[in-house]
Ligand binder design. Structure first.
Ligand SMILES: NC(=O)c1ccc[n+]([C@@H]2O[C@H](COP(=O)([O-])OP(=O)(O)OC[C@H]3O[C@@H](n4cnc5c(N)ncnc54)[C@H](O)[C@@H]3O)[C@@H](O)[C@H]2O)c1
Length: 267
């Protein structure tokens, strides 16, 4: 289905972005990957057969240049994956508003504005595309923390909620233009981001492999589904939250109390 298509993925030096790139390549797609870490992205690209670009997604000019270079290499982009993300703990204050302004600003730029910048570069061209059917797919790698909360990280929780909000808005505003938007909301995945965290090995909340997230995306794209839940149980938690907000806050507060801060991911 994706054979010959042009794919661009940010933050794909490793982890979830790399796994997605590998899956697209296995399907015969032409894949451009980017990352802020030059050494990592060049090594990964050489290993998997992608083209490598350096791009800091917090900089609009970098995103525009990445999209231009990816299109020069592989043709007009069919699927763009806004994957790069960062997280920071509530330090130095150690309370809900305790993160530094720098960590909040970086989270806002990298977790939210990167998708706005990419959309700004891609949407006008996609709207003008003459082809029948899907004009382009925009994938936002948000998080379960965009639907629920990531205890001990106010900046991650808040900006991932905003990432989900922007993905929904794009899906609504461009459904009639033939642009498909997919928003991925996993719980823990075994990547650098969760290194050092105690692994949940069993049950519906267990840590997944990055390739599981890539598989979930492909299943959702085949059905044109917006919300991608690699941990299906998130749908139950989200419905329970909508049904009773106070019970949700009570449950999350209990989780925060019972959870050692040392067990939170390597945010
Ligand atoms: N690992 C998890 O448990 C988990 C769960 C839910 C959502 N996510 C999200 O998945 C996405 C991918 O994360 P991952 O788990 O693969 O972690 P990862 O750390 O392996 O990958 C993130 C990549 O983003 C790159 N990056 C950081 N800042 C950047 C910037 N300014 N510009 C460009 N690239 C930058 C890093 O160099 C890194 O290669 C993130 O958006 C993350 O929030 C991860």
């Amino acid at each position: 289905m994706y054979s010959g298509q042009s794919i661009a993925i940010t933050g794909a030096g490793g982890g979830i972005g790399r796994a997605m790139a590998e899956k697209f390549i296995a399907e015969g797609a032409k894949v451009a990957i980017s990352d802020i870490n030059q050494e990592l992205v060049e090594k990964t690209a050489a290993e998997i057969g992608a083209s490598a670009f350096v791009c800091d997604v917090a900089r609009e000019e970098d995103i525009a240049a990445f999209i231009k270079a990816a299109e020069a290499a592989n043709g007009p982009i069919d699927v763009f994956v806004s994957n790069a993300g960062v997280g920071f703990p509530d330090e130095p204050g150690g309370h809900a508003a305790g993160g530094s302004n720098e960590s909040w600003e970086l989270s806002w730029q990298i977790n939210v504005m990167s998708s706005v910048y990419a959309g700004r570069s891609l949407i006008p061209g996609w709207k003008k595309r003459g082809q029948e059917g899907v004009k382009g797919r925009f994938v936002v790698v948000a998080s379960a923390a965009g639907l629920l909360a990531q205890v001990y990280s106010g900046s991650y929780t808040t900006t991932k909620h905003a990432a989900v909000g922007f993905a929904e808005y794009m899906a609504i505003m461009h459904k009639n233009d033939g642009i498909k938007v997919h928003c991925i909301c996993p719980q823990y995945v075994k990547t650098n981001m969760t290194k050092g965290m105690a692994e949940i090995k069993e049950g519906p909340d267990k840590h997944l492999e990055p390739s599981d997230v890539a598989d979930s995306l492909f299943a959702a794209m085949a059905k044109d589904e917006f919300l991608v839940l690699p941990h299906p149980v998130i749908k139950d938690y989200f419905q329970a939250k909508a049904a009773d907000h106070d019970q949700y806050i009570g449950g999350m507060a209990y989780r925060a109390k019972s959870m050692d801060k040392g067990h939170i991911p390597n945010l």
